[in-house]
Design a protein around this ligand. Structure first.
Ligand SMILES: Nc1ncnc2c1ncn2[C@@H]1O[C@H](COP(=O)(O)OP(=O)(O)OP(=O)(O)O)[C@@H](O)[C@H]1O
Length: 311
């Protein structure tokens, strides 16, 4: 388990992380989500002892990182995949890691296979790796010591769609086996597909946390988008059932849950061709909660004209 308690990190008069507290449970993937500069990396750096906190503390399995004997056997860390020495080969990096942690060198081949780096790629110098290859190597390094806890900063960065899917499966099965995973991202869709819990941070402060349904409960009124073979009859049935209905594209927006819409359609014998949640959703919630920390106005984006002026 990772426990962050009252963590504050200041740089001069600037507060990068402001009284942050949360826990990451074993068997769960926790997503750490926030816009650029929100304080995710700083929090993670404090977790693994690379940045001292101004106030508060972090424990992993009850110990501060510095007090964990042979930490690589307990905590797998990937903070910056490009931070490896460019002149070393991937195999050398993993071999050095295995030797430092007292692991058999056979572990290197296992990890290379796990992250799908070929033998030829493992012999290449890291300065010639693509970002996605560096990321795979970083994940291999984090998993080398078979740790119970993983702390990964933007692990999907640079991975192609198949790589992102692979990583999702890898982290989910790791958590299913009882591991604790904390991963950061500034991309909601990346996190929401994998995380059991989400922690939203903006301007160094936690703005929301919980599982998907808890967060969605705070995301505005329930709405459903529905299209049918007879929208007129469906509108009548929904109105009779006491639900507000308005036209939306080829279908209807109903101020009720999908199950209520389905019931009304059944009673009116209307065939549905599309039925989906039309609520504000997590993205709206995320943008709303972090609105004062976004660099862009979220409501009224205007594309620049070809001349570079806003139309
Ligand atoms: N060493 C430092 N000195 C001064 N300011 C710093 C330092 N490290 C981080 N900061 C500032 O702290 C804030 C939080 O940065 P951090 O890297 O933690 O954000 P982040 O949420 O990881 O962002 P991103 O998604 O862009 O990686 C930023 O404003 C950053 O400029």
């Amino acid at each position: 388990m990772i426990k962050v308690e009252g963590l504050t990190r200041k740089y001069g008069s600037f507060t990068a992380v402001d009284d942050v507290s949360f826990t990451c449970q074993p068997g769960r993937v926790t997503g750490f989500l926030g816009p650029n500069g929100a304080g995710k990396s700083t929090t993670m750096r404090v977790m693994v002892g690379l940045t001292p906190p101004t106030k508060g503390h972090v424990t992993i399995g009850g110990l501060r990182y510095h007090d964990i004997p042979n930490p690589g056997r307990h905590v797998g860390v990937l903070l910056d995949a490009s931070a490896q020495h460019g002149g070393r080969t991937g195999r050398e990096v993993l071999t050095l890691g295995a030797m430092t942690m007292g692991l058999p060198v056979s572990r290197v081949d296992e990890m290379l296979e796990l992250v799908s780096l070929t033998k030829a790629e493992a012999k290449r110098r890291i300065r010639n790796y693509s970002l996605g290859m560096k990321q795979r190597l970083g994940i291999a390094h984090a998993l080398l010591g078979d740790p119970q806890v993983l702390i990964l900063d933007e692990p999907a960065n640079g991975l192609d769609p198949a790589g992102i899917r692979w990583m999702r499966g890898l982290l989910k099965s790791y958590a299913d086996r009882g591991g604790t995973v904390l991963l950061s991202s500034h991309l909601l869709h990346e996190v929401e597909q994998i995380a059991d819990e989400m922690i939203l941070i903006g301007n160094g402060r936690i703005v929301a946390q919980g599982d998907r349904s808890t967060l969605l409960a705070g995301a505005g009124p329930v709405q459903t988008l529905v299209t049918s073979l007879d929208n007129g009859a469906l509108t009548a049935a929904l109105t009779n059932a006491g639900h507000a209905v308005e036209p939306a594209g080829h279908g209807l927006r109903v101020h009720a849950a999908p199950v209520e819409v389905g019931r009304a359609a059944l009673s009116a014998q209307v065939v549905l061709t599309d039925l989906r949640d039309g609520g504000a959703g997590l993205e709206d919630l995320f943008l709303e909660l972090t609105a004062d920390t976004q660099r862009e106005a979220t409501g009224s984006l205007q594309a620049p004209t070809p001349e570079g002026t806003v139309a």
